[in-house]
Design a protein around this ligand. Structure first.
Ligand SMILES: *Cc1c(COP(=O)(O)O)cnc(C)c1O
Length: 451
């Protein structure tokens, strides 16, 4: 099929909070609803493109439509007092500077940097901090290329939202490929490089090449896996089909695969609807034809996918298309979390009910998993042990590798939505890892542990 036949939305057209009034589809909504969306968009990042508007949102079902909830700001995303404060400022026509100042104050109250990412994960190269790189788990390094610190659209629940609200000091962007490669060469325990953002797939192929091709050098042979975190298969599948450097991108993936790397696109899909368009299907087909894998991950979110039927269909569709389900995440403790959060017990029930409906190949997704300060903690279930109702938990990943796969127990709490709300079961004072984690926080130990 020639690319033109797939869709005519090949030209990337994007809208931010400033172009709100130019979005045709919103004109049919009541004025009050549009105003409420603008209030929220002045605090949390907003960016959406025409493909999402035309092909992924069912406007007959707005506001309940999952992709509308995924991309367009909703009044409940701010606390009432914050909402009213920003609404008041906009209504009285406050100056831009005042609006920005109010936005900063509200943002600061939304835990912009969960899990100690800024303090604890930045590694050092020859004694100097290495910006744009995070090294939390021994074998995997995260890299935030500076040109990839934006997305084709923004997710309303994004846990990296603070990177997008305009404060440069908040970004983890790296300017230099060579520092990354030097760091990787010095640490032979690193088997995985995870390129993330923003969305690295907003970058031109030339830029991606500068970061990725050098991984084929002999001194980086230990970096066996190259993962690229992306939501482009949802927000801009044209990246792999009709963009002017789409073919060159596919050649780059092919070259990495031919050079012996395991290349995995870590694709973010919250709802099966995101995978339904012909161009998304064509993008997946083309990526898989390069020998790269597509693994999938997503958080569980109220208003978008808090339903076992949605997850079962999501995983079934993925397996059908040759994709590999990888993680179900718990929505992080940041940003609009109070709008999206689901109690841990409900998250586990949804996971379980969805798992029961898919074949073994769909059961490769681990979760529900909390990416917390000490590591990735999975809720394995709820049970009763000697008369006490408990959560059974385990580390999927740990700041100390020794924590991984040790079961531990927390007192059952039907309302808890995050690890820091849980108490150890059986009268214990602390969880087994807590003293060590606290010591790490105090020393800001990171480099030595993972070196
Ligand atoms: C999830 C995550 C990784 C990757 O962990 P895997 O278990 O290898 O998937 C790496 N770094 C950070 C900070 C993460 O949150």
């Amino acid at each position: 099929m020639p690319p033109e036949a797939l869709t005519d939305t090949t030209r990337f057209q994007v809208y931010t909070e400033r172009q709100f009034d130019r979005i045709e589809a919103l004109r049919h909504l009541p004025e009050e609803q549009r105003f409420a969306m603008r209030v929220v968009a002045n605090v949390l990042p907003f960016r959406v493109n025409q493909y999402v508007i035309d092909e992924l949102i069912d406007w007959e079902r707005v506001p309940e439509d999952p992709v509308f909830q995924l991309t367009f700001p909703q009044p409940g995303m701010l606390h009432e007092a914050d909402f009213n404060r920003m609404a008041g400022a906009l209504r009285r026509g406050a100056e831009r500077a005042e609006i920005k100042a109010i936005a900063r104050e509200i943002q600061a109250g939304l835990n912009p940097h969960p899990a100690g990412q800024q303090q604890m994960n930045v590694p050092q190269l020859n004694g100097e901090p290495l910006p744009g790189v995070q090294h939390k788990y021994r074998e995997t390094v995260l890299f935030f290329p500076s040109q990839g610190q934006v997305c084709h659209s923004y997710c309303t629940f994004c846990f990296r939202w603070a990177q997008f609200v305009g404060d440069k000091a908040l970004r983890f962007a790296a300017n230099e490929a060579s520092n990354l490669h030097r760091y990787l060469a010095q640490h032979t325990a690193i088997s995985d490089l995870l390129v993330t953002g923003g969305d690295p797939m907003v970058m031109k192929t030339d830029h991606l090449k500068a970061y990725l091709e050098p991984l084929l050098r002999p001194e980086l042979e230990h970096v066996q896996t190259v993962r690229i975190g992306t939501k482009s298969l949802t927000f801009w599948p044209q990246r792999f089909v009709t963009d002017s450097d789409a073919d060159e991108l596919l050649r780059l993936l092919e070259k990495l695969v031919a050079g012996g790397k395991h290349v995995a696109l870590m694709a973010h899909f919250n709802h099966w609807r995101e995978m339904a368009t012909p161009i998304a299907r064509e993008a997946m087909r083309r990526i898989r034809a390069t020998g790269a894998q597509i693994r999938t991950q997503a958080p569980l979110l109220r208003h978008i996918n808090d339903d076992p039927e949605v997850w079962a269909r999501l995983w079934r569709t993925q397996v059908h298309l040759g994709l590999i389900p990888y993680y179900m995440f718990v929505e992080r403790d940041t940003g609009a979390r109070q709008y999206f959060e689901v109690p841990l017990v409900r998250a586990w029930e949804i996971y379980r009910e969805a798992m029961q409906q898919v074949s073994g190949l769909g059961r490769t997704a681990r979760g529900p998993s909390m990416s917390a300060g000490p590591g990735k903690v999975e809720i394995q279930g709820v049970t009763e042990i000697q008369g006490e109702k408990v959560f059974v938990l385990r580390f999927i990943q740990g700041r100390n590798p020794d924590w991984v796969q040790q079961p531990f127990f927390a007192r059952y709490d039907p309302g808890a939505t995050w690890l820091d709300q849980l108490e150890p079961a059986f009268g214990a004072e602390r969880f087994f890892f807590e003293d060590e984690y606290r010591a790490m926080q105090q020393q800001r130990v990171k480099v030595r542990r993972i070196a």
